[in-house]
Design a protein around this ligand. Sequence first.
Ligand code: ADP
Ligand code: ZN
Length: 612
Amino acid sequence: MSNPSPAPLEVLRNTFGYDSFRGRQEDIISHLLNGEDCLVIMPTGGGKSLCYQLPALLRPGVAVVVSPLIALMQDQVMAMQQLGVRAACLNSSLSAQQQHTVIQQVDHKRLDLLYVAPERLLQQDTLAWLQGTEVSLFAIDEAHCVSAWGHDFRQDYLQLNQLAELFAAVPRIALTATADPRTQTDIIHRLALRNAQTFTHGFDRPNICYTVQPKSDPRGQLLNFLAAHKDEAGIVYCLSRKSVDSTAAWLYQQGFNALPYHAGLDNEVRQLHQSRFLREDAVVMVATIAFGMGIDKPDVRFVVHMDLPKNIESYYQETGRAGRDGQPADAWMVYGLQDVVRLNRMADESTATEEHKRIERSKLEALLGWCEVTTCRRHALLRYFGDNVDGQCGNCDTCLQPPHTWDATEAARKALSCVYRTGQRFGAGHVIDVLRGQQSERIQRFKHDQLSTYGIGSSHSERQWRSIFRQLVVRGYLKVDHGRFGALVITPDSRGLLRGESTLQLREDADKSRTRKRASTYELQLEDEDLMQALRNLRSRLAEAAGVPPYVVFHDATLLGMVETRPTSLNQMLDISGIGQAKLDKYGEPFLQIISEHALVQPGGSADAAPG
Ligand code: ADP
Ligand code: ZN
């Protein structure tokens, strides 16, 4: 026999340019190398792809990766090729000639990784062809699509169980970012994985800082938040197409490189905006939830929700698009009573079955409850997904600035009585006017200035009352009656409060919208900032020449590594995380060049070498 094949760690270092494995990557890889099946559940950015990409280089034959998203496939193929890995994809976006070339590459054993869409793989001729070649492993990405319990069921995924019989000797790895225990069992069963070991990694995204603020002046609050994110890429989610358009236009006026994205825009416009988001630095994508699926950009620094998402699952998935590269990122959301009213109405009006509506409502309640938590927000999120955690994470709003609570018994009683006295026919705005003793046409028309509750709440501001009403709805003391145009109605739960039998603690909304000052993701010295910018510019030029997004050339973290260590030789560059042999050969020289130019401009150290 010739040389024994290299060890996984060697490949990790030489080809991928990383020092060590993350989490359970090493276990998963050795499992596959032993020819066994497994299911991997790892949050976004956890490093799932490496779990099959690396064994693909060590096992003989071609690894077949099943992925439903063509855009994502092309991204991965590009990224692999940059590492010097022989990868290609087979899908309908290729010409017949191109497909022929790929097939030949496989036939001549000149390919390590082949990405295919499920419908293509499942064609009889594709399966027959692959049976005649050597397949090293099957990787089934987005494996939750096979389960009706998952959130994105796809019919053709069901047919993937054929692989178990047709390729009995080939190990299969199924991967997903979100699957609760029930979905996990279902995936194993439906894909007919054999003796599959499940590798879970927990749901935590420690680098994402979660913040939820009451919505008072949403645009002002957003601007305040974005002030700490100049020159960074991010996504701002809005509920409606209209608010996407107006928010994008407004942010653009405020000097941000903001672009709109929603299903109402022409296909070309959407494509253009998406590719600008991927290829340019610091684009803010203002979007409906139509945007995001299959976006693999690692350096999204923030995800903003200007309106509440549907439930905690959606929130987790949408915010999960931030910080895939493991660098600090923000998930920031504003919400107010209007969101609560609107989501309740949507649940009521939905055409789903009663059973389904009940589930939706309870998911909405869980989300609202989570918005109002006073303990660690991250841990509350993780517990929702079944992770067993408590204590404080130190990287969420409630840990960084613990919210105050106050005894709101008296105020709540006033609020509830006023709802009652006005006949349970009005929304919060009018009831607050009555409480605060305001004058309005409506108040006069209904003679509400003659009620005993008129003006009894003048010691609280309108904002404070909004906060009180919001929390009363979230906690079930009031409910919104959509049959009556959103009137507030008292629920049986509030009897105890009204009779003075129970008390109520509410969360105090912060007076001003406080933004945590994370000046920027990387705290760089001024001269380092210059070099970083120069490296970024070079990266953009090289990326453009190669026709790939900048992060495919190098991640920010890798550029940062160059700034920190200022290598003076190619050999030193190899020590930086994210630089393997292929990338060194391709890009090492020009980056070294820039770094040495900066050393000339900034003679380091000599001036301030005075002993301390
Ligand atoms: P997922 O598919 O789980 O969302 P990816 O496979 O895209 O995550 O990996 C996220 C990022 O982490 C990628 O940029 C990848 O190159 C990087 N990465 C993966 N494994 C390691 C590792 N062992 N060390 C450093 N970076 C890693
Ligand atoms: Zn916390």
